[in-house]
Write a protein that binds this ligand. Structure first.
Ligand SMILES: [Ca+2]
Ligand SMILES: [Ca+2]
Ligand SMILES: [Ca+2]
Ligand SMILES: [Ca+2]
Length: 462
């Protein structure tokens, strides 16, 4: 079979369905994501338009009752040579020409390699962790959605480098929380999953081709430093549990450390508890010598209510990932830095003796309101990690590795879009199917012959 003749966007072509069974096929080159307007600006009747993808599969069409109408746009989802057919069932041949026009927005069509990406729940997945999104909202209603795979502790930075005024950025974290991004984002990810970013046009937008440039940088947390050679560390579990955590009280729960030495590090392991009002709760530590340090409150990290089913379980350690906040339901056993003060004041103290976890409840339940849970809880378990100096020579501390802050670079090769006026209008003069015939017919003579036959035998059908 002869391949369909190629046509180009925004160049109207004139031809005719000029013999019995005539169906005109044309091919055209497509970049994925191009929005193509299908139109027959001139048509003897409402001819059918049928669109096939590069694999030859039917994609869509214009026909009686179709959702698509003349002049509508279709977003094409594959790069390659597409085919469009102009035809009509049970059609009486005519020399009257039609005009076919496949229009694209010349300013940006084919320049946004991320299309189609119009839906929040069907975004373009980006696997590169440092990327500059340099694309545009082509049509007035175009939205562009991207998603990035993130892990707990990742440092996520989003820089709104260049946006058209009133262009709107929205995001949804892996926990599903949806929010408008009104400023640059610089955050430590608290939950693994997909981080979704969407660019929407200004409200009531009437302008096409709105460019944007957004830098996304995702850095994995630094690798934990190995334990120094001169530290010997042991976990001691508390045995005087459980305890009730009452309103407006400070509960003490103890572990007794038998080991003698000089403390180089202490931290809480797996504080396991329940509480209906985490905004009331704080933790501290008392050393055997009576020194007390306030270490942590949930309020320092944000607004937390309860454990979300199951027990709250978390560790507190100066060596946890900097900036990492507990998840909304802090029951995944994660390790976090103390929020108020570090454990450092305990370093250098004698290790042996009674260490006390202090659990602080700072809020009163309302006994007159039965709709609200009481704001108390229970402590079920915890441990204290104590590291002491074992006398080994201190290993040379490697110099801290340089923080990874590469300048985001374009990686998609997208040219910087320039704003330009929209599509030319069809201007070519229609030609008829007789002497110049239908230039797109593979067998032009057949078309001529058929036309002449029709002229001689006007009542016949072929
Ligand atoms: Ca034809
Ligand atoms: Ca776009
Ligand atoms: Ca889009
Ligand atoms: Ca309380």
């Amino acid at each position: 079979m002869t391949p369909p003749p190629p046509i180009t966007f925004n160049m109207p072509i004139t031809a005719a369905l000029c013999y019995g069974g005539d169906q005109d096929y044309y091919s055209f080159a497509v970049q994925i994501g191009q929005n193509v307007t299908l139109d027959l600006p001139v048509r003897p009747a409402d001819y059918y338009l049928t669109l096939y993808n590069p694999a030859g599969q039917y994609m869509t069409g214009i026909f009686p009752g179709s959702l698509l109408h003349y002049g509508d746009k279709v977003t094409l989802n594959a790069t390659g040579r597409w085919t469009v057919a102009v035809w009509m069932p049970n059609w009486a041949p005519t020399t009257a020409p039609y005009q076919l026009l496949l229009g694209v927005n010349t300013a940006c069509s084919g320049l946004d390699p991320y299309e189609p990406n119009n839906e929040q729940f069907n975004p373009r997945q980006i696997l590169t962790r440092t990327v500059t999104l340099r694309a545009m909202l082509c049509e007035t209603g175009d939205s562009d959605w991207y998603s990035f795979l993130v892990s707990i502790g990742d440092h996520l930075k989003i820089n709104r480098r260049s946006l058209v005024p009133n262009m709107r950025l929205n995001a949804a974290g892996p926990n599903g929380g949806f929010f408008e991004v009104t400023d640059n984002i610089d955050m430590i990810v608290t939950q693994a999953g997909n981080f979704v970013l969407g660019i929407d046009p200004p409200q009531n937008n009437t302008t096409e081709n709105l460019p944007y440039v957004i830098d996304v940088q995702i850095d994995a947390p630094p690798t934990p430093t190995p334990l120094p050679n001169n530290w010997s560390c042991t976990d001691y579990a508390s045995s005087d549990i459980p305890h009730c955590i009452e309103d407006l009280t400070t509960l003490g729960s103890v572990v007794t450390a038998p080991i003698s030495g000089t403390v180089t590090h202490v931290g809480f392991k797996d504080i396991t508890f329940n509480h209906n009002a985490l905004y009331d709760v704080g933790f501290g530590l008392r050393a055997p010598d009576g020194a007390v340090v306030d270490l942590f409150t949930f309020n320092d990290y944000g607004f937390y209510t309860w454990c979300g089913g199951g027990n709250c379980k978390l560790s507190l350690d100066d060596g946890a990932i900097a900036g990492l906040a507990p998840p909304q339901f802090p029951n995944n056993g994660g390790s976090f830095r103390p929020s108020c003060n570090s454990f450092a004041p305990f370093n250098g103290k004698a290790s042996n003796g009674v260490w006390t976890l202090l659990v602080n409840d700072t809020g009163l339940s309302d006994p007159t309101n039965s709709d609200v849970l009481d704001t108390t809880g229970d402590l079920y378990g915890w441990g204290l990690e104590i590291c002491v100096d074992n006398g080994n020579p201190v290993t040379a501390t490697p110099p801290p590795s340089a923080t990874s802050t590469p300048e985001p670079q374009p990686v998609n090769g997208t040219p910087v879009p320039t704003v330009a006026p929209l599509t030319p209008t069809p201007t070519a003069a229609p030609t008829v199917c007789t002497l110049t015939t239908d230039a797109y017919e593979p067998n032009a003579q057949r078309c001529l012959d058929e036309v002449h036959y029709r002229l001689l035998h006007p009542n016949s059908r072929g």
